[in-house]
Every structure is written in structure tokens, then in C-alpha cells.
Design a protein around this ligand. Structure first.
Ligand code: CO
Length: 434
């Protein structure tokens, strides 16, 4: 398989993007660093905005959702907006507010299951902690990002000698009693709580007692890799959906002086239903779009003209055909890994795609010179959803659900195609100019 150097470089850059982003807060921080390096400046939701053609700006809500945009050169009422959405969160394990527990000589950290991870994949991994911590400072508190690079935690498997049916029945965990993560041996006279707080306090340079609250992920410290006989695949955690964030951001950063205003909107909380102030079900995207229109001096009539001419691409990963499990797929809708971007359709509107928006995305792919595929879930299996229907119904604009095909969605180690990532960046770059 022939993979162009530029495509290979995009896949390597994707792996670096994910490795820098072990939590949704880090993902936004990574986006912010790339945006500012490209001349984008931050807007504050609490201040008045003023924008003019060509402005490159971004706005962050709640530390884990971000909208970045470049203001188009033509009147918004006649061009509409070009919007690509994705999500910053991934399913996994989150520490509880008071996680530390001494259990017969071992310190364990209690976790909640965030979204729908494949729990068995978290066993025997070199896990560590990443997220953010609120620390006491004079007059209040301050929020700090934190990540431990070294493996701090583990969920050891139970030996097959005590779990004889594991290969026939699968690896199952009781979520309350069998998922706590091992942190260390408890020491005489040292409370489990102190064993947990000390490394965090040391890393942040504060007193253990000044750690107030935290949002901490267990993440896999293993870096991303290329694999396959021609290194035509990528493996990493969080490909769903940081691969879509990376593709959309790369497309935005490649866009110079567009006619229409182009936006990337990356939301937290997709994996738990999007209903939050920072999620796609909140007001973030409508607030930003309304303010863009206000800055452009559009009255109510022109705002609606703008929306009527807009297009939204909801980008989230798709299920790639797995040759070992043919019965899991709809036989006429096999999306092949490295076969190109996938248009996802569902008559019950679990995806926002219509025949018309699918055709529009096909035309975009054709113009970009990339292949594209169509996916429908098996009729006898429940279909997942995305931010697509949520944002489309909030904004009332035409919308399509697309994604790169991948394997092992919601595993801690997912995989996807090198070519697909390059195709997706090319299609999105074309969409911003379309
Ligand atoms: Co997803």
C-alpha cells in the first residue's frame, strides 16, 4: 500500500495530538496551543466581542469545550457558516471525589465509569492520572491541569486459575467492587487519603490540604503507534473522537481568507448525552453563532438568511468492517478501514444525515479527490448517536454525520487507518471552502 509522505506526517501529527491530550481539558489546551501558534487569539465569553473579516479567534467554555473560527470575507447573510463539530471526551474511568481507600494493606482509588468504555480493555494497562485539580489560593481557588507521565495506577487482571471461564464468558468487572485502581501499598500510620494527595500536591507545588476538588481520568500512558505491514494503521487511545478534532482543526488551520465564516466546535460530554452547559446540548454553539451575527451587524432577518445558507458537518468516528466479526455488520454497508470518510445514515435520526446532505458531502469528497463510503447500522442492533442531531436541531441548519472508520470503538486502545485520516482532512478543508 502506497502512503504519501504528507499523509504519513498527518497520521504522526494525530498521534502526537492525542498523546498531548490525555483528558478533555488537555485536548482543549492542545487545540489552544495550536490555534495561538497560528495567530488565533482568545475571546472571553464575559466580555463584549468585536469582529471583522479575516479575524481568527477562539472561545473556551468550562475548560473542556472550544469553538474556533475565522471570519469570512463575504457577508454572512449571503454565504452562511461552515461548521464542523466533534467531541473532546472519551469513555473511561473517572476518580470519585473521595477516591482513596485502604483495603487490607493496599491503597485503591474508587472510580466512576464515564460513558460506555469496554472495561476489560482497561485491565493490565500502564495507567496514570490526567485532568484538572482545583487548589486553594489566597482569596479563592485556581484550576490547574495535571498529568502524570509515569504509570501510577493499574487494574490487574484476575489470574485464569481463579477465573476459568474468562475465555468463554468474557472478562467482567463488578463496577463498584472490582474496578478500583491499585495505587500502592499502604504504609503504617499514613492514611490512604494522604498517599493519594501527596503526589498530586508535589506535582502542583502546593500543600496536600490545599487540594480542594478534581476531575481526573485514568489514562493509558502507552504512546500512539503506527502498525500493519505497510504501517497503514494507527493505534492509540481516544481516536474516538480526538481524530475528528485533529482533522477539523488541521482543516481550519489550513484555511486562509475564506469567503464564508468557518468554525470548529468541539464539545465535552458527548459520551454521556451532551446535556450540560459545555456539551453540544447546551447553549455554547448558539451563543457563539448569535454573537458572530451580532458582530456582523445582522438583523433578525439576515441572521435567519445566514443560518439557511449554512452547513454543519458532525464528525465522529465510524465502525470499520472487522473481518473476524462479519455477523456484526449490515452486509450492504461495510465501511472499510482506509476506504475513505464514512457518511452515517439512520432513518430514526440517530444521525443527522439526510439524502440531500449526504449528496452534498459526496460532492465535497469528489471535489477533494477522496473516496467516500456509506454506513448504516444493522437493523436488529441499537444504533449509537452523535452531536449531529443535537446541534442540527438547536441551529436548524442542514447537517451530515460523517467519520473515519475505526476498530474497537471505546476500547482504551482503538485503531484506524492512516489514509482515512488524510482523506478526512482533505474533505474538511474542501468543505470549509465549499
Ligand atoms: Co464518538
Amino acid at each position: 500500500m502506497n502512503i504519501p509522505d504528507a499523509t504519513r506526517a498527518q497520521a504522526q501529527d494525530l498521534l502526537a495530538f492525542i498523546d498531548a491530550s490525555p483528558s478533555p481539558w488537555h485536548a482543549v489546551d492542545t487545540c489552544e496551543a495550536r490555534l495561538t501558534a497560528a495567530g488565533y487569539t482568545r475571546l472571553d465569553e464575559a466580555e463584549r466581542w468585536s469582529l471583522k473579516a479575516g479575524d481568527r479567534r477562539y472561545v473556551v467554555r468550562g475548560g473542556s469545550s472550544i469553538i474556533a473560527f475565522i471570519v469570512g470575507s463575504q457577508p454572512a447573510a449571503t454565504t452562511g457558516l461552515r461548521l464542523i463539530g466533534a467531541h473532546t471526551d472519551s469513555p473511561g474511568l473517572r476518580l470519585k471525589p473521595k477516591p482513596a481507600e485502604d483495603n487490607a494493606g493496599m491503597v485503591r482509588l474508587g472510580v466512576e465509569v464515564y460513558g460506555g468504555p469496554i472495561l476489560a480493555t482497561f485491565a493490565d494497562r500502564d495507567l496514570s492520572l490526567a485532568g484538572r485539580v482545583n487548589v486553594r489560593v489566597p482569596g479563592g481557588f485556581e484550576s490547574r491541569l495535571i498529568r502524570f507521565d509515569e504509570p501510577l495506577l493499574r487494574l490487574p487482571n484476575l489470574a485464569i486459575h481463579m477465573n476459568r471461564e474468562v475465555n468463554e464468558s468474557g472478562l467482567k468487572f463488578n463496577k463498584q467492587t472490582e474496578l478500583p485502581l491499585l495505587l500502592g501499598v499502604s504504609e503504617d500510620g499514613v492514611k490512604a487519603e494522604a498517599r493519594f494527595r501527596e503526589p498530586i500536591a508535589a506535582k502542583l507545588g502546593v500543600e496536600p490540604g490545599d487540594l480542594l476538588t478534581w476531575e481526573l481520568n485514568a489514562y493509558d500512558t502507552q504512546k500512539g503507534a503506527l502498525w500493519g505491514v505497510d504501517r497503514e494503521f494507527v493505534a492509540n487511545s481516544q481516536l474516538d473522537n480526538l481524530a475528528s478534532c485533529h482533522a477539523a482543526l488541521s482543516a481550519l488551520l489550513a484555511t486562509q481568507a475564506p469567503a464564508a465564516t468557518c468554525l470548529c466546535a468541539f464539545f465535552d460530554h458527548e459520551e454521556v448525552g451532551s446535556e450540560s452547559a459545555t456539551g453540544a446540548g447546551g447553549s455554547f454553539v448558539t451563543d457563539v453563532v448569535t454573537r458572530l451575527a451580532a458582530c456582523a451587524g445582522l438583523d433578525g432577518e439576515d441572521q435567519r438568511r445566514m443560518l439557511a445558507r449554512s452547513f454543519f458537518i458532525s464528525a465522529d468516528m465510524a465502525h470499520g468492517w472487522h473481518p473476524n466479526f462479519p455477523a456484526a455488520y449490515e452486509p450492504c454497508h461495510r465501511a472499510l478501514v482506509n476506504g475513505g470518510p464514512v457518511i452515517k445514515s439512520n432513518a430514526n435520526q440517530r444521525y443527522s444525515t439526510s439524502a440531500e446532505t449526504a449528496a452534498r458531502f459526496m460532492a465535497i469528497c469528489e471535489q477533494a479527490g477522496v473516496p467516500c463510503q456509506q454506513y448504516a447500522h444493522r437493523t436488529d442492533l441499537g444504533c449509537g448517536s452523535t452531536i449531529g442531531p443535537i446541534v442540527a436541531s438547536r441551529l436548524g441548519i442542514p447537517s451530515v454525520d460523517v467519520g473515519s472508520p475505526m476498530w474497537a470503538m471505546h476500547s482504551i486502545r482503538e485503531s484506524a487507518g492512516v489514509l482515512d485520516h488524510g482523506y478526512m482532512i482533505a474533505a474538511m478543508t474542501t468543505a470549509f471552502a465549499h
